[in-house]
Design a protein around this ligand. Structure first.
Ligand SMILES: Cc1cc2nc3c(=O)[nH]c(=O)nc-3n(C[C@H](O)[C@H](O)[C@H](O)COP(=O)(O)O)c2cc1C
Length: 171
């Protein structure tokens, strides 16, 4: 098989991106599975999707990723934070640590994804310290922006990512 798309998704954001990536992949030699259901089906290239959990990916993703050998690997994911900072680069650094040396790492696509309301509640409490208060307000703005993601632009970016990955594979 040419491509296997595996994803871990608690609330559906990453599944949405995975579905877009799967449909953008060329040809018929491809499959998509929730990472928890993965039983070792082989492919030349793996697209591995994750939701960001405390700055990195879940253990189930690490388990599968670190067992792949001699494969091409592209990563994708969703997280609560918006882009435009070093934050995404740090996530990439943390997750790519688990890509085995005998695999070829192709790149990563990350976009924002809505978060559960309980996260907003954490930031709804007024802080006395002006610096903490500024941070709190920034986090509230970020939360509210995340409610609209992944949106159509994110999905278009995911398709562009697939195109870029395929160029890397086939030249
Ligand atoms: C327990 C937990 C931890 C999270 N940690 C982070 C984090 O460190 N950084 C971040 O940007 N988003 C974080 N998020 C937000 C999720 O990564 C984000 O909502 C993601 O889109 C969820 O994807 P899913 O719908 O596929 O599960 C966290 C969410 C939860 C529930």
């Amino acid at each position: 098989m040419d491509y296997m798309v595996l994803y871990s998704s608690k609330t559906g954001n990453t599944k949405k991106v995975a579905t877009e990536i799967f449909s953008a992949l060329p040809g018929m030699s491809k499959d998509m599975q929730n990472i928890d259901e993965y039983r070792g089906k082989d492919a030349d290239t793996f697209f591995i999707g994750f939701w960001v959990d405390r700055g990195t990916c879940e253990l189930s993703v690490i388990d599968v990723l670190s067992e792949l050998h001699g494969k091409k690997i592209a990563l994708f994911g969703t997280c609560g934070m918006g882009s435009g900072t070093d934050y995404y680069r740090n996530i990439e650094k943390k997750v790519t640590v688990w890509v085995p040396d005998d695999c070829e790492y192709l790149g990563m696509f990350l976009c924002q994804g809505k978060m559960p309301m309980k996260v907003r509640e954490k930031y709804e409490i007024f802080r006395e310290d002006p610096r903490e208060e500024a941070y709190r307000k920034q986090m509230l703005r970020n939360f509210d922006e995340a409610l609209f993601h992944p949106n159509d632009n994110d999905l278009a970016d995911a398709r562009a990512f697939v195109e870029q990955m395929c160029k890397m594979i086939y030249g």
